[in-house]
Design a protein around this ligand. Structure first.
Ligand code: ZN
Ligand code: ZN
Ligand code: ZN
Length: 551
């Protein structure tokens, strides 16, 4: 997982030059990467031929060394986006209008500082938002509007600080509620009492919000939690799964993932193993990221859409029988971008696979990569700290270098910091338009593993949003904000545990099948795979015990 993630940059942009036109561009690849970068629109024109970079396979060098040389040579598009309008600094995003720093998202409008958004609008600072509107600081939220600082919620509105709530409106600081209104810290109030109470909470002040947050976090720790968020699925393990079957160790998968294992962020796929951001109609996918789209047998690939029998390739679309290629479209029988006849291809390929075993690639730390291994992280076009690997397996600069990976420094920035986070007013109504001219020092100031940009600016859309919803300015740069949202979700890891429900009785009585008598206490014997590690404070319940308690 870490190795695949190390090949995908979702959050970093660099000033670079289009190798075709010489134009200044903003690209996902830095000039130091050595990659040949074309402006996205130039890349998609058919007035250039990627097979001109094709080369003979060299049996005196490991395959991965040769692939890396090819990778630097073949043009790549500056960004991987599709059908975006008025989007700035967006990456791996499609069907989007008016986006700013939007990553890995599909279908949306008027959104800033977001990742993994689908069909949402008018929202800011969100991670994994589906069908959301007017959401702010939300994580794993769907079908919700005017929802702020909330996690794992569905169908909620006009609320702040909710965790695992469904169908709730006008609630603040609540956990595990179903179809409730006017609750504060899980206590019900009349509408009038509620309105009076929330005035006292000072929801528009940073100080008020941080006080509520603290109390909310306490409440969360002492609430029961469902072992996993799984719905409409049969025979699956993992977390955040809906409409899937017969699959193991899956995270964020939906819409008919069947007979798969170790998939993160996948949909519509059968018989897949080891994939991140994969599916959309794929079969027999293995060890790949951002790959699928009506593909069949795509193995060890990155950004490969459609086609069949594509191995060890990057950014190739609708190709068949290709091996170790980059930047090809609708090609067949190519190796290292060189065209072969069917017969030549079928004779050469087994020799290459054997050669990969006989002369494996050995990285700086002595790790050995034969046929069957994904691309080594040290050959990635991105520094480790600029990739998704940093988001889930964060390393300091020293740790990155100790692992033998590349640490990529920041490009020089020509701005002067004019304010620090501590200077920001407590409420938005104390903020004038001139704040947009300021460069504000991030509270973390680079002393973290969050790809901290050390300083940030406030855009006019952003200022408008804070004013409209009466929210204070943030104290962190957008990358640090993203990393703080990431940790609100459980890790993509599973532990085998037992339900912690001890003798709890719901109003409907004792849960018949699951209760055992254990040292005189009634204890549920259900076991499960959960993303809550055993050291955590939360009390973790099986599905039945959880439903009986919260329904
Ligand atoms: Zn920061
Ligand atoms: Zn930080
Ligand atoms: Zn139980």
């Amino acid at each position: 997982m870490q190795r695949r993630f190390g090949w995908r940059n979702e959050r970093s942009f660099f000033r670079n030059k289009c190798a075709k036109t010489g134009k200044d561009i903003i690209a996902t690849f830095s000039p130091e990467s050595g990659m040949t970068v074309y402006d996205r629109d130039e890349w998609w024109k058919d007035n250039w031929d990627p097979t001109l970079c094709g080369r003979e396979y060299d049996f005196n060098k490991p395959f991965f060394t040769q692939f890396k040389e090819l990778l630097k040579n073949v043009p790549v598009p500056s960004v991987f986006n599709a059908r975006t309008v008025d989007c700035f600094y967006t990456q791996h995003t499609g069907d989007f209008k008016n986006g700013y720093l939007v990553m890995a998202s599909w279908g949306g409008e008027d959104i800033s500082y977001a990742a993994r958004v689908q069909r949402s609008k008018d929202s800011m600072d969100v991670f994994v938002l589906m069908n959301g509107e007017m959401c702010y600081e939300c994580v794993g939220v769907s079908k919700s509007y005017r929802l702020f600082f909330s996690c794992n919620c569905d169908g909620c509105d006009n609320s702040y600080f909710l965790y695992d709530c469904k169908g709730c409106s006008n609630c603040v600081g609540c956990v595990n509620l179903r179809n409730k209104s006017y609750y504060i810290f899980n206590i019900p109030y009349s509408r009038e009492e509620y309105l009076a109470k929330i005035k006292e909470l000072h929801l528009s002040s940073r100080e008020g919000l941080s006080r509520i947050k603290k109390e909310f976090e306490e409440l969360k720790l002492h609430s029961i939690q469902k072992f996993a968020n799984i719905s409409n699925s049969v025979d699956v393990t993992g977390d955040n799964i809906s409409n899937c079957s017969s699959s193991r160790t899956m995270f964020d998968t939906s819409n008919g993932v069947k007979d798969c294992k170790y998939i993160q962020n996948g949909l519509e796929m059968n018989d897949g193993y080891d994939g991140y951001g994969v599916g959309a109609g794929s079969e027999l996918l293995y060890e790949s990221f951002d790959t699928g789209v009506q593909g069949f047998r795509q193995c060890f690939c990155g950004i490969v859409y459609g086609g069949m029998n594509v191995y060890y390739s990057y950014n190739c679309h609708n190709c068949k029988n290709c091996f170790g290629c980059s930047g090809l479209q609708k090609r067949e029988y190519c190796i290292l971008n060189k065209q072969y006849s069917k017969e030549e291809y079928e004779t050469l390929l087994p020799k290459i696979k054997r050669h990969m075993d006989e002369m494996p690639y050995i990285d700086k730390k002595g790790r050995i990569y034969r046929y069957g291994e994904f691309f080594p992280v040290e050959l990635s076009p991105f520094g480790y700290n600029k990739t998704v690997a940093q988001e889930y397996f964060p390393f300091t600069k020293e740790e990155i270098e100790r692992e033998g990976y590349v640490y990529e420094g920041e490009q020089e920035r020509n701005y002067t910091i004019t304010k620090t986070w501590g200077d920001l007013p407590d409420t938005i109504n104390q903020v004038g338009d001139d704040i947009m001219n300021d460069v504000i020092r991030c509270k973390h100031n680079g002393n973290c593993v969050h790809q901290c940009s050390t300083a940030f600016k406030i855009t006019s859309a952003e200022l408008g949003f804070y004013r409209r919803f009466d929210l204070p300015l943030p104290e962190l740069c957008s990358n640090c904000r993203h990393y703080e949202r990431l940790v609100q979700r459980n890790p993509m890891k599973l532990w085998h545990r037992q339900c912690q429900c001890v003798g709890t009785k719901s109003e409907n009585g004792v849960y018949q099948n699951t209760i055992q008598h254990h040292h005189g206490v009634e204890k549920c014997s259900n076991e499960f795979e959960t993303s809550y590690s055993p050291e955590r404070k939360e009390i973790v319940y099986c599905e039945q015990c959880y439903q009986a308690e919260v329904a």
